[in-house]
Ligand binder design. Structure first.
Ligand code: F6P
Length: 324
């Protein structure tokens, strides 16, 4: 390869800038040309492509979001859209593409690779940590810290007013943020999509908490939880079925996606950026670089897109034990 393009796609995540920086600097180090594509696949279709050099990415390692901007492109889901994107890549003599994003972005990358035999490498960037074949995704660690900080603050009010707080966190269909931030913030109960504990169990647990002397409670609810009720309905249901609870609902929302990346995310992004460029230099294509046991690894993009077999059992037990 000689000319590599990089784009960020899907939901932004803290550390995406550090990943772009790493890709650009690795290209510079290995004497390759690097191009930035703005607004994800949308920009690829519209030809928003510009050369980047090592100095183009100064002062961004510490910044949240993505300076290349991101989008969830509908047009790229069509054959015509992908054809335009491929034409633009060819126009700039680009011979490989690095996609920083989550599963939707990788699905698009795989299509580009299959339909046009175009070399692509994925870097997992999403706060959800829901990608198969990597222990962590870029942005997840920062989001965890943001969530824990927010819950710590809510706890002050919960304990001052003897209230029960239901706090909704992001994660789409994955419970990683809820479970880990829930344990870190000392939640009484954590509802995750992978494990439907049922509303009745939640009620029992809250009753037991009260009997055991707890005067306030924090319940973390993953946005994709399978209780069949949204968080406001859940709050009303608890209020109807349990006496003496003053309930408040807090949806953390997009504050979870913003902010300066943690050191862990910056280092992870830096490792994966270099790993992606080196993979392309080794002739690898249609793969994702990830991190497994602290080592940069490569898995086929198809594996990255497989359903993750979640390993939450230990954490669920820890959450149960530490919230007695
Ligand atoms: O994938 C990241 C994520 O923040 C999910 O946790 C959430 O479900 C979704 O994106 C929200 O997407 P949007 O910002 O497009 O509303």
């Amino acid at each position: 390869v000689k000319n590599i393009a990089v784009l960020t796609s899907g939901g932004d995540a803290p550390g995406m800038n550090a990943a772009i920086r790493s890709v650009v600097r690795a290209c510079s180090y290995y004497n390759l040309n690097c191009f930035g594509v703005y607004k994800g696949y949308e920009g690829l279709i519209n030809g928003e492509i510009e050369p980047l050099n090592a100095r183009s990415v100064r002062n961004i390692i510490n910044r949240g979001g993505t300076f290349l901007k991101s989008a969830r492109s509908k047009a790229f889901r069509t054959v015509e859209g992908r054809q335009k994107a491929h034409d633009n890549l060819k126009k700039h003599n680009i011979d490989a593409l690095i996609v920083i994003g989550g599963d939707g972005s990788f699905t698009g990358a795989l299509k580009l690779s299959k339909e046009f035999d175009f070399p692509v490498v994925g870097i997992p960037g999403t706060i959800d940590n829901d990608i198969n074949g990597t222990d962590y995704t870029i942005g997840y660690d920062t989001a965890l810290n943001t969530v824990v900080e927010a819950i710590d603050k809510i706890r002050d009010t919960a304990s001052s007013h003897n209230r029960l707080f239901l706090i909704e966190v992001m994660g789409r269909d994955a419970g990683d943020i809820a479970l880990n931030a829930g344990i870190g913030a000392g939640a009484e109960e954590i509802l995750i999509p992978e494990e439907d504990l049922g509303v009745e169990r939640l009620l029992d647990s809250l009753k037991r908490s009260k009997v055991s002397g707890k005067t306030s409670s924090i319940v973390v609810v993953a946005e994709g939880d399978k209780s069949g009720k949204n968080i406001f309905e859940l709050g009303e249901y608890i209020e109807e079925h349990l006496q003496g609870y003053e309930i408040r609902v807090s949806v953390l929302g997009h504050i979870q996606r913003g902010g300066a990346p943690s050191c862990y995310d910056r280092v992870l992004a830096s490792k994966l950026g270099v790993g992606a460029v080196e993979a392309l230099m080794d002739g690898k294509r249609e793969i994702m670089v990830g991190i497994v046991h602290k080592t940069v690894t490569q898995v086929p993009l198809t594996t990255a897109l497989e359903k993750r077999i979640h390993k939450h059992d230990q954490l669920i037990k820890v959450a149960d034990i530490t919230s007695v």
